[in-house]
Ligand binder design. Structure first.
Ligand SMILES: Nc1nc2c(ncn2[C@@H]2O[C@H](COP(=O)(O)OP(=O)(O)OP(=O)(O)O)[C@@H](O)[C@H]2O)c(=O)[nH]1
Ligand SMILES: [Mg+2]
Length: 150
């Protein structure tokens, strides 16, 4: 990604697939490693640990990290029951916000619809459905990310 692209921050539960999504987008080998702290990847993606969303006392750290971002990406695993995102969560950031459903390869249609609904309720404008394992859903997402410059 070049600097003209938006800087995005990925927010979602542990194991939701945020780091894998970064790896896929950056054409890296998909290799699992737990994210321990906020990481800036290629200057354009801010990857965060799931714990920052899961533990209320750490959520402030997300708000602070998000000040460096142009776009908030809420990440929801397709086959998760329920969601960690409160309704209207995106308003915490006062920035444009989209949603990405991950691991669509593991979920049925109904589950994917629910995941989209959770993201919409959280305040995501557009929602993209992806699988980093199958490489699906990225055309639209990448086009969106490069369409609007910083
Ligand atoms: N089936 C499937 N598994 C995936 C996909 N994307 C990621 N995974 C797996 O899900 C697990 C967690 O992925 P990560 O990308 O590390 O999750 P994360 O959101 O970065 O998690 P934290 O760093 O703990 O916040 C790994 O074992 C991945 O291989 C996908 O598209 N399909
Ligand atoms: Mg991670």
């Amino acid at each position: 990604m070049d600097r003209k692209q938006k800087r995005v921050i990925l927010i979602g539960k542990s194991m939701a697939g945020k780091t894998t999504l970064c790896q896929y987008i950056n054409n890296e080998d998909l290799k699992y490693h737990k994210t321990q702290t906020v990481q800036v990847i290629n200057g354009s993606m801010i990857d965060t640990p799931g714990e920052y969303l899961e533990r209320t006392y750490l959520r402030g750290a997300l708000t602070v990290s998000a000040t460096d971002a142009d776009l908030i990406i809420l990440v929801q695993q397709a086959n998760e029951d329920g969601t960690m995102f409160p309704p209207g969560y995106s308003s915490t950031f006062a920035k444009p916000c989209i949603g990405v459903v991950t691991k669509s390869d593991l979920a049925g249609e109904k589950q994917i619809e629910d995941a989209k609904k959770y993201l919409k309720n959280a305040g995501a404008g557009k929602v993209f459905v992806t699988s980093s394992y199958e490489g699906t859903g990225f055309e639209d997402l990448l086009e969106f990310l490069s369409s609007t410059e910083r």
